[in-house]
Design a protein around this ligand. Structure first.
Ligand code: GRF
Length: 197
């Protein structure tokens, strides 16, 4: 059984999909806890599934590294096999990334390496892309630059705005995440190999 900790900052629809999957005894992963950098609305989903949660707020620390150290110690205490960033809107400093690499994976709402950063959906629309999508990748020290695990394409309709397009992308993200975590648990995706270790 693959043990997972998920970090979120937002509404947590990807988290909810993964919690639902983990709730099925036939699914080969278990959610140990959910963490956040704030009182995110999505933490409600953890409560709904009886999964513990923790919040580590950056503004309570004088440096980003100190914040990341406390976040890491919360996670280390649980000793998960995998850490999923599902809408976690903070850049993790190298002291965090290095100690867990390649066990931290991130969902991003564009076809990387196109449109990294916090406004990927808006940026793809502004660039007039006809196709965009989502990417699941291993987190390295850069911003959305790590080795790619999987991606899904989503067509951009002329009627799409940022919200409608993001919702379509998130539908694909949820399916991709649930499938990828299963494949990691079953050894069909090897993060050590993808991460180049
Ligand atoms: C997703 O689109 C993810 O790729 C991005 O933030 C969004 C989170 O959505 N990093 P949700 O909170 O899982 O609904």
């Amino acid at each position: 059984m693959l043990s997972v900790v998920t970090l979120i900052s937002g509404s947590g629809s990807n988290l909810q999909a993964l919690l639902k999957a983990c709730d099925n005894p036939l699914y080969p992963a278990k959610m140990l806890a959910v963490g956040s950098d704030k009182a995110a609305s999505g933490l409600f989903h953890a409560e709904e599934y009886g999964v513990p949660s923790f919040v580590v707020e950056p503004h309570r620390f004088s440096t980003k590294e100190q914040w990341a150290e406390v976040l890491a110690s919360n996670i280390n205490h649980l000793n998960p096999d995998l850490i999923v960033l599902a809408g976690f809107m903070r850049i993790l400093p190298t002291n965090f990334v290095d100690q867990f690499y390649p066990k931290v994976i991130n969902l991003h709402p564009s076809l990387l390496p196109k449109f990294p950063g916090a406004h990927a959906v808006r940026d793809a629309l502004a660039a007039g892309e006809k196709t965009t999508g989502c990417t699941l990748h291993v987190v390295d020290a850069g911003v959305d630059t790590g080795p790619i695990i999987d991606f899904r394409q989503v067509p951009v309709e002329s009627t799409d705005d940022e919200h409608s397009l993001h919702e379509k992308i998130k539908t694909e993200e949820r399916a991709m995440l649930v499938e990828a975590v299963r494949s990691i648990a079953e050894g069909k995706i090897d993060l050590e190999e993808i991460g180049g270790n």
